[in-house]
Design a protein around this ligand. Structure first.
Ligand code: ACO
Length: 448
C-alpha cells in the first residue's frame, strides 16, 4: 500500500468557552499571565450536556456524512483518550451505536490511553493495520477525544476540550513517512490521575515542562539520526516546511521550537548561520540539566528561532490558542489549524509532528502532504472542518458561570441517577448530548 495516511478529518469542540483575559482577572493573576505568559487566548469546556462520548459521536457522524463514507466501509476504529468515564467499557463501544445500526459489527480496535499520547497510539495502530497483511481493504477510523479540566489554581487556565476524527487509508493526501520516526518513553510522575474519584490530574507543573522538553530533545536526536542514515545528510529545521507540537499552552510550543534550533546549533546543522552560531555558542557546554534551567539560553534560542517560528509554527497554533489543551486531540487540532490556514500551499510539503503524553510517552514523526482527490483533498478537509465559523459561533461564559459549571461537573463525575437539563440550545444541529446516567450508571445520548 502506498501513501497510507489521513484521508479525511473532522473536528468538534464545545460551543462554550471563556476568554483567558477575563479568567485571568477573575483569578487575581497578574495581567498578561494567561494571555502572554501562557500564550492562550480562550478556553473551551464541556457543560453538563457534553462529555468525551458525546463529542466523539458528533465528530464521527459528521465525518461519515460530510465525506459521504458508508459506515460499512469502516474496518477498524481506534479511540485515544485520557478522560475516564468507565474503567472497563471503552469509548469505542459507545461509537459502535453508529455502526450497528447499519449492520456493521465487524470492526477491530479499542481505546488507547496514556495522557495526551493515546491519539497517536491509535493513529499508528490504524496506519499499521492498513499497511499489514491483516488489512481487509476497508478504512481505519481514529478518534481523539478529551475534556481537560484542572482543579482551581495555576493549571486551570490550561484546560480545553475537543474531539477529532480521522479517516485512514491508502493514497492519502496526508501520508506517513513511516521510516522517519523517533520515540522516547520513560517513567515519570509529572502528570497523572491516581485519584479515581476525581477527573482532575495530579500535576507537577515545572517537572512536566522539563519532561516535555527532555522528551522532545530525545525524539529529535533519534529522528535526526534516522534521517541521516536514510538520506545521507544532516537534518535541520529547514528540511520541513512546518512543525506541529502537542500544545498544553502556546508558550511551551514557542520554547519547544526554540529548543530544536538549539539542537541544530549543537549538531552544527544547516539552519544555523554565523549570527545564530555566535548567539548560541556560549551555551554549547551546558549539561542537559543546566540547559533546561538556563533562562539566558531560553531567551537567546527564542530570539534566533523567531523568524522560523513565525513561518513554520505560527500557522499551527490557532485552535490550541483558542480552545486550549485538548489532551489527545491537541496535536491534531494544531495540525488541523495548519490545514485551515495553509491548505492552498501544502502540496508536496513535509510536516513534522511531536506527540507527548505525560508519564511519559512521546514520538516525533513525519508526514508528506499532497492536494489529493475530492472528497479526500486538503481543500475539502479545510472546508469540512470549517474552523473559522466554529470558532466564531461560540458562546462566552462569565467566570462565575464557568466556575459554577466546573463545580457541577465535579459532583457529576462518577455519579449515577443524573438527569441533565437537556438544554441543548447552545449546541449546533447534529450535535450529540447527554440525556441521563441511570441507576446502573448507564449513559444515554440524543442528537440535536
Ligand atoms: N505577564 C506576562 N507573562 C507572565 C506574567 C505576566 N503578568 N505573569 C507570569 N508570566 C509568565 C511567566 O514568566 C511564565 O513564563 P516563562 O515560563 O517563560 O517564565 C509563564 O507566564 C507562566 O507563569 P508561571 O509562574 O511559570 O506559571 P505557574 O507555575 O503558575 O503555572 C503551569 C504554569 C506550570 C504551566 C501550570 O499552568 C500547569 O501546571 N499546567 C498544567 C501542566 C502542563 O500543561 N504541562 C505541560 C506538559 S504536560 C501536559 O501536556 C499536560
Amino acid at each position: 500500500n502506498k501513501n497510507v495516511g489521513i484521508l479525511a478529518m473532522e473536528i468538534y469542540f464545545p460551543p462554550t468557552c471563556i476568554q483567558q483575559e477575563i479568567l485571568e482577572a477573575h483569578d487575581g493573576a497578574s495581567k498578561g499571565k494567561y494571555t502572554i505568559g501562557l500564550g492562550q487566548d480562550c478556553m473551551g469546556f464541556c457543560t453538563e450536556v457534553e462529555d468525551v462520548i458525546s463529542m466523539s459521536l458528533t465528530a464521527v457522524t459528521s465525518l461519515l456524512e460530510k465525506y459521504n463514507v458508508d459506515p460499512k466501509q469502516i474496518g477498524r476504529l481506534e479511540v485515544g483518550s485520557e478522560t475516564v468515564l468507565d474503567k472497563s467499557k471503552s469509548i469505542k463501544t459507545f461509537l459502535m451505536q453508529i455502526f450497528e445500526g447499519c449492520g456493521n459489527t465487524d470492526i477491530e480496535g479499542v481505546d488507547s490511553s496514556n495522557a495526551c499520547y493515546g491519539g497517536t497510539a491509535a493513529l499508528f495502530n490504524c496506519v499499521n493495520w492498513v499497511e499489514s497483511s491483516s488489512w481487509d481493504g476497508r478504512y481505519g477510523l481514529v478518534v481523539c477525544t478529551d475534556s481537560a479540566v484542572y482543579a482551581a489554581g495555576p493549571a486551570r487556565p490550561t484546560g480545553g476540550a475537543a474531539a477529532i476524527a480521522m479517516l485512514i487509508g491508502p493514497d492519502a493526501p496526508i501520508a506517513f513517512e513511516s521510516k522517519l520516526r523517533g520515540s522516547h518513553m520513560a517513567h515519570a510522575y509529572d502528570f497523572y490521575k491516581p485519584n479515581l474519584a476525581s477527573e482532575y490530574p495530579v500535576v507537577d507543573g515545572k517537572l512536566s515542562q522539563t519532561c516535555y522538553l527532555m522528551a522532545l530533545d530525545s525524539c529529535y536526536k533519534t529522528f535526526c539520526h534516522k534521517y541521516e542514515k536514510l538520506e545521507g545528510k544532516k537534518f535541520s529545521i529547514l528540511d520541513a516546511e512546518y512543525f506541529v507540537f502537542h500544545s498544553p499552552y502556546n508558550k511551551l510550543v514557542q520554547k519547544s521550537f526554540a529548543r530544536l534550533l538549539f539542537n541544530d546549533s549543537l549538531r552544527n546543522a544547516s539552519s544555523i548561520d554565523e549570527a545564530a552560531k555566535e548567539k548560541l555558542a556560549p551555551f554549547s557546554s551546558l549539561t542537559g540539566d543546566e540547559s533546561y534551567q538556563s533562562r539566558d539560553l531560553e531567551k537567546a534560542s527564542q530570539q534566533v528561532a523567531k523568524p522560523f517560528y513565525d513561518a513554520k509554527v505560527q500557522p499551527t497554533t490557532l485552535i490550541p490558542k483558542q480552545v486550549g489543551n485538548m489532551y489527545t486531540a491537541s496535536l491534531y487540532a494544531a495540525f488541523a489549524s495548519l490545514i485551515h490556514n495553509k491548505h492552498k500551499t501544502l502540496d508536496g510539503q513535509r510536516v513534522i509532528l511531536f506527540s507527548y503524553g505525560s508519564g511519559l510517552t512521546s514520538t516525533m514523526f513525519s508526514l508528506r502532504l499532497r492536494e489529493g482527490q475530492h472528497p479526500f483533498s486538503l481543500s475539502n478537509i479545510a472546508s469540512v472542518m470549517n474552523v473559522a465559523d466554529k470558532l466564531k459561533s461560540r458562546h462566552e461564559f462569565s467566570p462565575e458561570k464557568f466556575v459554577e459549571t466546573m463545580h457541577l461537573m465535579e459532583h457529576r463525575y462518577g455519579a449515577k441517577d443524573i438527569v441533565t437539563s437537556k438544554d441543548c440550545s447552545l449546541l449546533a444541529p447534529g450535535t450529540y448530548y447527554l440525556l441521563e446516567v441511570d441507576s446502573m450508571y448507564r449513559r444515554s445520548y440524543a442528537k440535536k
